[in-house]
Write a protein that binds this ligand. Structure first.
Ligand code: NAD
Length: 325
């Protein structure tokens, strides 16, 4: 009898994790999801879903109770600029995410898990390389000397080093990606942890035609945004490659926040003006540098931002209408 491959997704109740579970199920995997909560917007596709706290080492050992073929570690205490850059959540971010990584990785080592993927972030890159919105520097080898602009970035950098240490000392197969602003349907769109694309889609969907929306900062800060399906494609390609990483998984289509807002306004078909207000912003410029991923995986994301935004806007508009009802 054919036995399916097995995967564990830590953080399977979150945005990327819940989509990843669906993707692995389509590929025929037997999947266990673990999280503090079930996915918010649709039923999990996991065969088995365990609710629990990965900060607890005993809980980690109990859910990593077999030699999984693939473990994806996506669980983290995280959010958008309104959560990460105010400074108010620094202790929680560092303590909670570091504990999760320490425990999950060690439990995987003890169970001799075949491969483990770790989701790091573009937030690890030094602030001084991201001051010029036109020319941000985010090549993988520019990470050191390290100077991330948030404690979230510092924790990610520490954890990258933790995974690399287990790789060096214990021969574990680890794979590390640095995600750049992932977006898409079924992501957080309100409540304070949402990121710019979802927040702007919500503001646009809620605004009356002829009205205005508020944007944090002067709107000239630059970013790139990657649609969820391409994030999953890159994640899985990296996991099954022989390259450890860290490698960027992001889009190279850089836009200003004003351009992002204009695109969403156009998609909505409304006439809206933009009002700039003070708010947390993060670095001035950030864009993915895809030279290394192209070289190592022979692949890089290519979907136009607009296409992903159309799908995401339609989903958020539906959520806004549901919430009104
Ligand atoms: P998310 O917040 O939607 O998902 C993270 C999940 O981890 C949540 O469901 C949360 O409940 C769970 N979690 C938190 N603490 C836990 C604990 N103690 N025990 C068990 N589960 C716990 O975030 P996401 O957008 O899906 O991101 C997934 C990963 O990718 C995170 O590690 C994040 O830092 C990283 N990342 C995401 C982006 C992005 O743009 N979304 C960018 C860079 C890096």
């Amino acid at each position: 009898m054919h036995t399916p491959k097995t995967a564990l997704v830590a953080g399977a109740g979150g945005f990327i994790g819940s989509h990843l579970v669906k993707r692995l199920k389509k590929e025929g995997f037997w999947v266990r999801g673990v999280d503090l909560k079930y996915p918010e917007f649709s039923e999990t596709a996991a065969d088995d879903f365990v609710i629990g706290d990965l900060r607890d080492p005993y809980f980690c050992r109990s859910v990593i109770d077999m030699r999984f073929d693939e473990v994806y570690q996506l669980a983290a205490d995280m959010g958008g600029a309104g959560f990460v850059f105010t400074g108010e959540n620094d202790a929680d971010i560092m303590h909670n995410s570091a504990l999760i990584n320490l425990n999950v990785l060690d439990a995987c080592y003890k169970r001799n898990v075949k491969r483990i993927f770790y989701s790091s972030s573009a937030c690890i890159y030094p602030k001084h390389n991201q001051m010029d919105p036109e020319n941000p520097k985010c090549a993988e080898d520019s990470a050191y000397p390290a100077a991330p602009d948030s404690e979230y970035g510092w924790e990610k950098l520490f954890s990258e080093r933790l995974y690399l240490s287990y790789h060096r000392n214990y021969g574990m197969e680890v794979r590390i990606a640095r995600y750049h602003n992932i977006f898409g349907p079924e992501g957080t769109w309100r409540g304070g942890r949402e990121k710019a694309p979802a927040a702007i889609c919500r503001k646009v969907a809620m605004a009356p035609d002829g009205g205005e929306i508020e944007i944090w900062g002067d709107g000239k800060q630059t970013r790139s945004f990657l649609y969820i399906d391409e994030c999953l494609e890159g994640t899985i390609k990296l996991m099954r490659s022989d390259f450890t990483g860290p490698v960027n998984i992001g889009s190279e289509e850089m836009v200003t926040i004003d351009q992002l807002a204009q695109m969403i306004i156009e998609i909505s078909g409304k006439k809206l003006s933009i009002k700039h207000v003070p708010g947390p912003q993060g670095v001035r410029g950030r864009n993915s540098d895809n030279r290394l991923i192209r070289e190592k995986l022979g692949w890089a994301p290519s979907m136009p931002l607009r296409k992903g935004l159309e799908i995401t806007y339609a989903w958020i508009k539906e959520q806004v209408e549901k919430a009104k009802r």
